[in-house]
Design a protein around this ligand. Sequence first.
Ligand code: ADP
Ligand code: MG
Length: 213
Amino acid sequence: MQITAEHVIRFLEYVAQSIKSHRDELTQLDSPIGDADHGVNLDRGFTAVLGKLPSVADKDIGTILKTTGMTLVSTVGGASGPLYGTAFIRAGTALADRYELTDDEVVVALEAALEGIVARGKAQRGEKTMVDAIAPGIDALKESIGKNEDILSATRYAVQAVEEGMKSTIPMLATKGRASYLGERSIGHQDPGSTSAFYMAQVLLKTLEEMQT
Ligand code: ADP
Ligand code: MG
């Protein structure tokens, strides 16, 4: 599949839409185990990203993603801004000067994004964060691509893994981020960051599906 800068712009527009439509739900998830701002934080950030997209629409994919990341770092308050911001900046760095992407480059960019989140937040799997949704998704993606599946079927498989990872945070004890302040009381609630990651994964699949038709 030939993925172009235009597809990347469309993906970012869909992320902004999805975050806006799930804003209240994400904020509510952040209420029992956080400070009830996750949806509001991300909506502020992606609304700012939408405002920046026209100025980078004719640039390479690396520049588009780096601009997105820097905008998130500077506009999203809270832990998720630097974490998602670093993810987009690292993905952009991996794709510097590229106007078109191969399937393998999509995988490389997503791996770089996860590495950025882990480098910044130091969370391992099982600590009840966005890493619990994203890391299994990348594993599933790599496994599928390794079996010569195309990026579309690999992403379908990955989105299922992200959803399972998101749900797996419910029984977890939080040991990173604000939720960790609650200790045992963090158990029994779904992590908001793993949920926003699931919505982004869903939108990536939607973008790829549309390209097929
Ligand atoms: P804050 O916690 O500062 O209010 P948000 O509410 O926007 O920020 O984001 C909270 C989410 O950030 C959590 O649900 C979790 O998924 C994620 N998070 C927090 N700390 C970390 C970390 N160290 N590593 C990875 N993700 C983290
Ligand atoms: Mg919060």
